[in-house]
Design a protein around this ligand. Sequence first.
Ligand code: T4K
Length: 413
Amino acid sequence: MLETKTKIKNSLRDLAIMGGSPLFNRELYVGCPEIGDRNNFFERVNDIFDQRKLTNNGKYVREFEERVTKFTGVKHCIAVCNGTVGLELVIRALELKGEVILPSLTFIATAHALLWSGVKPVFCDVNPETFCIEPREVERMVSPETSGIIGVHLFGRVCEVNKLQNIANKHGLKLLLDAAHAFGSTKTGKSVGSFGNAEVFSFHATKVVNCFEGGAILTNDDCFADKLRVMRNFGFKGLDTVIALGVNAKMSEVSAAMGLTSLESFEDVVSINKGNYVLYKKLLAGIPGISLFDYDLEEKNNFQYIVLSIDDKTLGISRDILMKVLRAENILARRYFYPGCHRMEPYCSMFTDFDSSLPITDRINNQLIQLPTGSTIGPQDIEKICGLISFCARNSQAIKIIPDSAELAKIIK
Ligand code: T4K
């Protein structure tokens, strides 16, 4: 076990959860927004005010779309107000119906977008190594009611797009990819955005590229892109002609201004995230029961998530106790995507058949924890966080009874 230079805690009594002072006097977030060069942003906002063109396919939205197509090499980018609405638009535009197979190990928006559109989500288990939807399971679950598959590039690692495409081709299904976490990632050198019928990015404030709230649909299909553009704007084609059912899914100019500013700092942010990932990996190596989620270094990644997998038997304490200890120290770790969509409403009441059918998802959901990263987290912060985790590992026998703090207080007197 590699020790950090910083002395973290002298004794169990120094843990914040036991009444000691927190390791940090500020809160450290998973998903703290990246701002970029605020002068560039303000310049754009001033221009927006000067022009008095605040929304409805203005020049900054068009420029943002152009930059995203250039960056990804995909023909069309349709900017939208957020990733969830982007998914809903694609689900309608692809005319998905009946059932769609998707992983339960994802943010709830992936499932909600389907049910909101009147399509039944059919939850599928994931691969234990990649945490992404398992193509063999997808194949097994295809039924006469299935109209499509949604793959999710969880934590930025690209799912098995080629295998999923083969299954989709074989059964005449549509393939949609939820790329909310994967801006900048590649699979066999090909950029995310170019797979399936369409891919959807999220540019929420917490993402590696942020528009405050925003998203984008990417596709190489010209007709499909036209259809999406019409649907995004109430179904209008021209000034006063409506040709289809549509919605208001437009991105505003100020969001696009933020997106452009964010794109300008994207490479710097990725480089900081990568440095943080490498340091976490070095400092956590050798702590028994803790493994850091690996990025495929042969591919491009945005390194946006630091994901630990906790083997509670080996570490000696559970993921949830570790999380309590960290959060008391102002390290606001998360446990995305616990407990899994199939265990949340309305799905757990509607579809009880998934209760015991997703063993890998259930196991992983009790093991994962995400740690803070990004430009607000420096090497010294990471040293302290890893030092604390190492301290917990060494004192696991006492810490594991933290839910019973009175008992713990007796032990450490
Ligand atoms: N598909 C997938 C796989 C997704 O992960 C998401 C969204 C979507 C689809 C849908 O895309 P959008 O419709 O959101 O564009 C957050 C985000 O709201 C959500 O965008 C994201 N995934 C999900 C993974 O995380 P919460 O409920 O955890 O957010 P919240 O508010 O707790 O923020 C996370 C952390 O960031 C907090 O610890 C505080 C910090 N934070 C947050 C905001 C908004 C800040 O420091 N400043 C801020 O302005 O869902």
